[in-house]
Design a protein around this ligand. Structure first.
Ligand SMILES: [Zn+2]
Length: 415
């Protein structure tokens, strides 16, 4: 049989691929599975000492990269499914059961299950044509912390030594779950950040989980929640419907901002620009109080809250944050009522410029200017601003609640 061109693609595994090697009957296996890499390193060490592991494909070289490796091993032909079926004896069945026990045990971090699977596999591999593989796997288990779990037809060849394992890695399910575990790290310092938010707002951030994710995962989750691709662009954090906070890798600073949302500063009744500006203003306050470095965002929205809305309300950023967090659904009505009380003009006219469908802050700016102009024309001093008492209003009736965009699954938490 003519030798395949070096590098010719021969097949794909669940965590790598096989290409033709530099010499006849040699292949190069590229893998990202750390269990498989550990097994090959142990095997090549044994081979270098002149004691190749029985029942494991012969390995000649291992090149290590960053979280990946290229392994030069003998070329073998997988046992055909017909051949494997002819082995449907007690041993074959026991092997499949053992693989399931080991896989499930590892996924659930249940040591007793893993051990039961290993014992079962050892017993099955102690016999007949399986004997050499049993010896090889036991030798591997003695030197590598995570033994191969994927002993099945597609990974076993029939050679002159008997059955030979040529893919000593993890099962596809284990690979998938382990990969996700690596990609989704826990949010850094979320407990201390959450405590700071609670101290400021009087409410503990409520969320099920906080994870750092890659851009593709974040985009996929946000699209599933109804956001379009260009809305997703530039998003650093997201709060999902099942109450998880997802933070983009490299943008971990946004955890503090997301925790303020999680304490109730959300746009369920308020305009998104108002909710974002207030959220970020509270996050900046928490960072300043705790002397934490903070990457600021929503500069225009924050200025709007600090320099215009809060003075008009006669409230501090913290007080306004507490008002919203204590009753996010009634927040727009409560703020409008207080603006009417302090600045004049009917409640509904204020509500119109701050509620959820007020797409920009221009309405509020114009309105604040016009009430000031009218007041100055009449030579009236602004009414005194009493210290706020909140929640100071009954919840507004449903009829006043602005429509919610059905595409953005409620609650439309944070961006
Ligand atoms: Zn936000």
């Amino acid at each position: 049989m003519p030798q395949a061109r070096i590098g010719a693609f021969l097949g794909r595994g669940n965590a790598g691929a096989v290409v033709a090697g530099p010499m006849s009957r040699l292949v190069v296996k590229w893998t990202t599975d750390p269990v498989e890499v550990g097994a090959w390193l142990a095997a090549v060490t044994h081979a270098a000492r002149g004691q190749p592991l029985p029942g494991i494909a012969r390995v000649f070289d291992v090149h290590l990269g960053h979280r990946e490796a290229a392994v030069v091993r003998e070329e073998v032909t997988p046992a055909t499914s017909a051949r494997w079926r002819s082995l449907e004896d007690m041993d074959g069945i026991a092997l499949r059961r053992a693989a399931r026990l080991i896989g499930v045990g590892r996924l659930c971090r249940h040591g007793a299950l893993v051990q039961a699977g290993l014992d079962l596999r050892d017993r099955a591999l102690a016999q007949g044509a399986w004997g050499p593989m049993g010896v090889g796997l036991r030798a591997l288990a003695a030197v590598t912390p995570a033994a191969p779990s994927d002993v099945r037809a597609g990974n076993v060849a029939w050679t002159e030594q008997g059955y030979t394992l040529f893919d000593p890695g993890r099962t596809p399910l284990e690979t998938l779950v382990a990969g996700r575990g690596e990609a989704h790290k826990r949010c850094p310092n979320a407990t201390a950040l959450g405590r700071a938010v609670r101290d400021l707002l009087g409410k503990t951030p409520s969320y099920a989980d906080c994870r750092v994710v890659g851009p593709r995962d974040l985009s996929a989750v946000m699209q599933a929640h109804g956001w379009s691709k260009d809305e997703i662009e530039g998003t650093a954090g997201f709060h999902t419907q099942d109450d998880s906070i997802l933070v983009l890798q490299g943008e971990e600073w946004s955890v503090l901002h997301e925790l303020v949302h999680a304490a109730g500063v959300i746009d369920v009744s308020l305009a998104p620009w108002l909710a974002e500006g207030l959220t970020e203003a509270v996050a900046q306050l928490a960072a300043a109080k705790n002397r934490w470095a903070h990457h600021t965002t929503y500069a225009d929205e924050v200025a709007m809250i600090r320099d215009r809305l809060c003075p008009a309300l006669g409230m501090s950023v913290q007080e306004l944050g507490r008002l919203v967090a204590s009753d996010p659904r009634g927040a727009a009505q409560a703020i409008a009522a207080r603006l009417a009380q302090n600045q004049g003009s009917p409640v509904d006219s204020w509500l119109k410029v701050i509620r959820q469908d007020a797409s920009t802050h221009h309405g509020l700016v114009t309105k604040l200017r016009s009430v000031r102009y009218n007041r100055e024309k009449k030579g009236r001093a602004p009414r005194s601003t009493m210290p706020p008492r909140w929640p100071f209003l009954d919840k507004e009736s449903d009829a006043h609640r602005p429509p919610v965009n059905p595409l953005k699954a409620p609650p439309t938490w944070s961006r």
